[in-house]
Design a protein around this ligand. Structure first.
Ligand SMILES: Cc1ncc(COP(=O)(O)O)c(C=O)c1O
Length: 376
């Protein structure tokens, strides 16, 4: 890959390593009302819809800020004030949506499973049958807390059969894990520029069913987070309501071109899945243990259990890997000490193999005999 060799490789869930071409796209200034910028914005919005085969049914509404902003804005706009959400939780990002609903003062229930366990589909069906007040189900596609893939297609079928509406936080999966609006009925899906599409951080976007958004005027509690208002204004004027993140959008446009050249979702999925396989095999060869069984693992980020060897110290491990050119990620599990290594960004098998060599050298230096975790 052609990233900037001077920077450490980011083995993180985003911001992540971007290509030189994406970085170079930012070396200009754009007027936010200029025709060239407006055309770029239009192209980005339409390409994002195409990735989910949603051009005929949905609209793309971008929003300034990190992923959390667009999740909060979309929920606040789509959930009527007298609506009720059911949140499927198996990690921090499901928990965060519950926190948002608390701030918003909207009614919600949760269906929670442990961080290494997918949501129970029979429980989802029973909960919806038992509580007719639930209008919307909120689900996370890849729960980045652990790296688990949730069965979004099955979830969407149950939600649709029960006549409810589905909102998907696909932040860390969009573009790398197939999801088509033609086979997964959803009212909204949220993601951001700096994850699997390999742009730089600064904007999120939601793909929202047009017929659902049209009836959302007045739902939002906040002007800047009102996705209905953002959409109506953008359709009317072709412009963002408030200062757009111009450089982020132009870099995103360049990143999406490279995504298309790589073969769209299939191409990106293939590279990330290979990164993930090489990483897991190499770490297991050193004794490290993954939290998840392989069939639950999304090719996005891998959680490893903390090694039991008393010579292992995470901060020293982290610092040595950084000195060797690789930035990894701390764990976010509530159940067990862990750390995470990402498979996404502008990097491939060569960089993963180099990272594995750095891990080998680091544990040898620390005097760690094996990466094996304490027996459960
Ligand atoms: C699934 C998921 N949802 C939401 C977010 C929040 O995004 P941000 O940190 O950009 O606000 C993340 C970030 O990693 C995520 O992985």
């Amino acid at each position: 890959m052609t990233a900037n060799q001077q920077d450490p490789w980011l083995l993180t869930p985003g911001p992540l390593t971007t290509t030189m071409r994406t970085k170079q796209a930012m070396l200009h200034d754009w007027g936010s009302r200029d025709a060239n910028f407006i055309e770029t914005n239009r192209r980005v919005r339409s390409q994002l819809l195409a990735i989910a085969e949603a051009q005929d049914s949905h609209v793309c509404v971008p929003l300034q800020g990190s992923g959390t902003f667009v999740v909060e804005a979309t929920i606040a706009t789509l959930l009527p004030r007298d609506g009720k959400a059911l949140i499927l939780i198996n990690g921090a990002y499901g928990q965060r949506m519950a926190k948002m609903l608390g701030y918003l003062g909207r009614a919600f229930a949760v269906l929670e499973t442990p961080e290494d366990t997918q949501p129970s589909l029979p429980d989802l069906e029973q909960t919806l049958q038992a509580d007719p007040a639930i209008t919307h189900v909120l689900a996370v596609h890849c729960e980045t807390t652990s790296g688990i893939i949730n069965p979004i297609e099955e979830i969407s079928k149950i939600v649709a059969n029960q006549g409810r509406r589905l909102i998907i936080d696909a932040m860390s999966a969009f573009g790398a894990v197939p999801l088509s609006a033609k086979s997964v009925p959803f009212d909204a899906l949220m993601a951001s520029s700096n994850k699997c599409l390999e742009g730089v951080p600064g904007m999120g976007f939601a793909l929202i069913r047009k017929s659902a958004l049209e009836i959302c005027q007045g739902n939002a509690h906040s002007l800047s987070l009102d996705m209905y208002d953002q959409w109506v204004n953008m359709e009317k004027t072709d412009q963002w309501r408030f200062t757009p993140p111009t450089h982020v959008i132009v870099a995103f446009d360049a990143a999406i071109s490279q995504f298309n050249e790589e073969g769209n979702v299939a191409g990106r999925n293939k590279r990330y899945a290979n990164n993930c396989r090489v990483l897991v095999a190499g770490m297991r060869a050193m004794g490290f243990e993954t939290l998840l069984a392989d069939h639950l693992q999304a090719p996005i980020i891998v959680t490893f259990k903390m090694p039991a060897d008393p010579a292992f110290d995470f901060q020293i491990f982290y610092d040595h890997l950084k000195d060797r050119g690789f930035i990894i990620y701390p764990g976010k599990l509530t159940v067990a000490p862990s750390f995470r290594i990402g498979c996404i960004g502008a990097l491939g098998e060569d960089e993963i193999n180099a990272a594995l060599a750095a891990v080998r050298a680091t544990i040898a230096h620390m005097g760690v005999a094996t990466g094996a975790a304490e027996a459960a």
